[in-house]
Design a protein around this ligand. Structure first.
Ligand code: ADP
Length: 304
């Protein structure tokens, strides 16, 4: 296991506001890392510091063995960043936008052409290369933004809510491309997202709230620890089922015409179903989700 990003005791304030209050975490090479938190938690501040865009008061950060504050120019060679707001020129074509960006990296013309071609291919926008950026659809723009961030073949790609604002189908296709980057291209992806089904695909998740890390783990570990499974039943006679549950001292809540019974594990549903046999017309056992885990950790819903 190799750590490509390591953050130790990082502090960052804006005047009186302590945005990041001494956080520690690391990211493993070639993995999908999700950095989650409610609005105002400190995600952007942390990312901006790591990406050399913002100074900080205290802490140690290394990226690919390079020390933040010492090797910043080299760090910038190793990272690509896609923020929510695009920085590309609407009037230029996709290829022209990439060429301008690529030219900042001092490549000779042959290497530049090669880099542009690779970035177009890996993001699956080769056939769009002569279209003006301003005329692309939302998903095509996102791909182009990512291609721009990949033009210098960075080892780490920072994606700040890459699929926000896209329709579900486009989100899926942009997501497939992101998967291709870390699964097949060896790029480490540092992701923030409001979509918990994306976070659930991460190799590792760190949750920040109020400038502090409040949970870390794989999605499975977080779901296990912070969300609960439940049994939903549809009573034939609600009163009767409630009485049966009360007699057994089982917790429940009502959601419209259903009763929801929390479980420590799905197997606990079996004796309850036996108890309710004949008194219910339908049931389902639900596993805890990343959404539940997020609410369990932060007490807040992830706002979109
Ligand atoms: P997130 O990205 O998780 O929404 P941010 O890192 O943007 O959170 O913000 C963390 C905290 O720092 C918030 O309280 C926010 O209001 C504050 N903050 C962020 N940027 C600035 C700034 N430029 N000046 C002052 N306060 C800021």
């Amino acid at each position: 296991m190799e750590k490509i990003i390591e953050v130790k005791n990082l502090h960052k304030s804006y005047g009186e506001v302590q945005a990041v209050k001494g956080i520690d975490f690391y990211v493993e090479t070639g993995k999908l890392f999700a950095f989650l938190g409610p609005n105002g938690a400190g995600k952007s501040t942390t990312i901006n510091v790591i990406c050399t865009l913002l100074n900080y008061e205290q802490g140690e950060v290394t990226l690919d063995g390079l020390k933040l504050g010492v090797d910043d120019a080299k760090i910038r060679q190793q990272i690509g960043i896609v923020f929510q707001d695009s920085v590309l020129d609407n009037l230029l074509t996709v290829e022209e936008n990439l060429r301008i960006r690529g030219s900042f990296y001092g490549l000779d013309s042959k290497s530049l052409e090669q880099a542009i071609e690779e970035a177009l291919k890996v993001t699956d926008i080769y056939e769009l290369k002569n279209r003006r950026y301003g005329q692309l659809s939302g998903g095509q723009r996102r791909r182009t933004d990512i291609a721009r961030a990949l033009i210098h073949r960075p080892k780490i790609l920072f994606l700040d809510e890459p699929t926000t604002g896209l329709d579900p189908q486009t989100r899926k296709s942009v997501w497939n491309m992101i998967e291709h980057l870390y699964k097949n291209q060896g790029v480490t992806v540092f992701l923030t997202t409001h979509y918990m089904e994306e976070a659930a695909k991460a190799d590792y998740v760190v949750v920040i709230d109020n400038g502090q890390i409040v949970a870390k783990g794989t999605p499975i570990e977080l779901k296990d620890k912070y969300s609960t499974d439940s049994l939903q039943v549809k009573p034939i006679n609600k009163h009767e089922v409630i009485n049966l549950l009360k007699k057994e001292k089982l917790d429940y809540s009502e959601i419209s015409d259903l009763l929801v019974i929390p479980l420590n594990s799905t197997i606990e549903a079996l004796p309850i179903l036996k108890l309710l046999d004949g008194a219910i017309s339908a049931f389902q056992v639900l596993n805890g989700t990343m959404d539940d885990a997020f609410i369990g950790i932060t007490g807040k819903e992830m706002r979109e």
